[in-house]
Design a protein around this ligand. Structure first.
Ligand code: GLU
Length: 495
């Protein structure tokens, strides 16, 4: 195993679905190694299984990487001197390398029909043997082969796996792995339509793109022996192979939606920050020490080395992600947080309700500092502050009446609040608070009851951002209108 001098790593997703967190973690580890080493991070799209392609997934892969800030140095839309980086645009390259193996006798054309292969497998099953190609076409005589060629039968190219012996390779995390050739199949390299299989395309590309380290999920380790034999057949050096342990749920079963794990772009929709997700994913299989949990991007790049990868499966803990997200939300400057919240307000239809961007932005800017501490996800802001964006708020009038007060007392207190707001020269939260506290003292009303009634009147909720910040964000006219409406509700006969 010879490590190439420049670190060149690749993330090689198949566009067969929306990228899942486990898959994107592979991208992150590759990206971190490239950035730590000053190497190159390559995005290669493995779309040779055309039947499994899911429309839109290539775009989702690129959007997900960009959202997380995992920029690629070479690949689709970035270019690079080893392209094209989409395998369906490289078919003639794979065909040429398959041809090279055919000429060297390391591969052969197989003419078996799918009917014959089905029969063969059924017989193997009946004999309780593992299903495997019986190598009939490997040992055809030259005359038999010519006859099949002349008949114009379709063929695939199969790898001529050595029938005896053992090959050993080293996985960076697992150490030396030996496998017997006898257990391997003569797997297909090129299909009858001229398209390569994953095995051929991946090995050829890793070689031609001068990949120094192949870092990928543990589920690919069973393919490694076939890759290793292909490298040998071509006479190429192996890259460093690193199969990273799986991610499991807290119950130690395979990670799934059940554990709260979703597609990477769904995390964005759910109000997670890319900073939090990057930090969280980095710790799924990598650790600096036993205690440090918070790593910003720069620190991750500085500290990320392969020797700190774990050998055991990583456990996915959604509560930890929420905790981290709250941490990164609190880290943002309020103006930055307000800017990041804006698209969520827009999405929730609140910008439109407020009468457009120019009315919505000042409300968001004003309220953000007061809700920052309370948020775990960006989407929490919507629930906490939606009442600021509409003219009509809806709530049960009974909610207005605090414990220990009745409707008449509440209406009286709200009328006092109206007068205070009308008289206020300064509508800032601090000044309003001082004014209302003085009033509470003068009247002997408990702040809990007095402010509670006003809170429901202006927000429609019993739990909301700090009251006076809310009134400031609402502005005098809207605050007055809401309290007036509350008084009307309390004095109308239905309460
Ligand atoms: N195309 C494979 C995937 O979807 C890549 C496996 C590899 O990294 O070799 O994950």
């Amino acid at each position: 195993m010879t490590a190439k001098t420049e670190v060149r790593v690749r993330y090689a997703p198949s566009p067969t679905g929306f990228p899942h967190i486990g898959n994107i973690r592979t991208a992150l580890f590759n990206w971190l190694l490239a950035r730590h080493e000053g190497g190159r991070f390559i995005l290669r799209i493995e779309d040779t299984d055309q039947a499994r392609i899911v429309p839109g997934s290539l775009q989702a892969i690129m959007d997900g990487l960009r959202w997380l800030g995992l920029d690629w140095d070479e690949g689709p839309e970035a270019g690079g001197s080893f392209g094209p980086y989409i395998q369906s645009e490289r078919l003639s390259i794979y065909q040429q390398y398959a041809e090279q193996l055919l000429e060297a006798g390391q591969a052969y054309r197989c003419y078996c029909t799918s009917e014959r292969l089905d029969e063969m497998r059924a017989e193997q099953r009946a004999r309780k043997e593992p299903p495997r190609y019986d190598r009939r076409c490997r040992y055809l005589s030259a005359t038999e082969r010519q006859a099949l060629e002349r008949a114009g039968l379709p063929w695939v190219v199969r790898f001529a796996t050595p029938e005896e012996g053992t090959t050993t390779f080293v996985d960076y995390l697992r150490g030396e792995i030996a496998f017997e050739h006898a257990v391997l199949d003569d797997h297909v390299l090129l299909k009858s339509d001229g398209w390569p299989t994953y095995q051929l395309a991946s090995v050829v590309d890793d070689h031609l793109m001068e990949i120094s380290h192949v870092i990928r999920g543990d589920e690919w380790i069973s393919s490694a022996p076939r890759h290793v034999l292909l490298y040998k057949a071509f006479g190429w050096d192996l890259p460093v192979l690193v199969h990273i342990p799986l991610i499991l749920g807290k119950d130690h079963s395979k990670l799934s939606k059940r554990h709260g794990a979703v597609d990477v772009l769904q995390y964005r929709e759910q109000g997670y920050l890319p900073e939090a997700l990057v930090n969280f994913m980095a710790l799924l299989g990598w650790a600096l020490d036993e205690k440090t949990e918070l790593f910003d991007r720069e620190r991750l790049i500085r500290e990320f080395t392969l020797d700190r990868l774990g050998k055991n499966p990583a456990i996915f803990d959604n509560d930890k992600l929420d905790w981290m997200n709250g941490h990164y939300i609190r880290q943002l400057a309020p103006a930055e947080l307000a800017a990041r919240l804006y698209p969520y307000y827009e999405q929730a239809g609140l910008v439109a309700k407020a009468g457009g961007e120019s009315s919505a932005r000042p409300i968001i800017d004003a309220i953000t500092p007061y809700i920052q501490e309370r948020m775990k996800r960006l989407t929490d802001a919507i629930e906490l502050t939606d009442f600021l964006f509409t003219d009509v708020i809806q709530y049960q009038p009974a909610l207005l009446v605090p414990k220990g007060w009745d409707a008449v007392q509440t209406a009286t207190a709200l009328q006092v609040a109206l007068a205070e707001i009308e008289d206020a020269d300064d509508m800032s939260a601090a000044s309003l608070e001082a004014r209302f506290r003085a009033k509470a003292e003068a009247t002997g009303w408990k702040a809990g009851q007095f402010f509670g009634a006003i809170r429901v009147a202006v927000t429609g909720k019993t739990v909301a951002p700090p009251l006076f910040a809310t009134i400031e964000a609402l502005g005098r006219q809207r605050a007055l209108a809401r309290i007036n409406h509350a008084v009307w509700l309390l004095t109308s006969p239905s309460v």
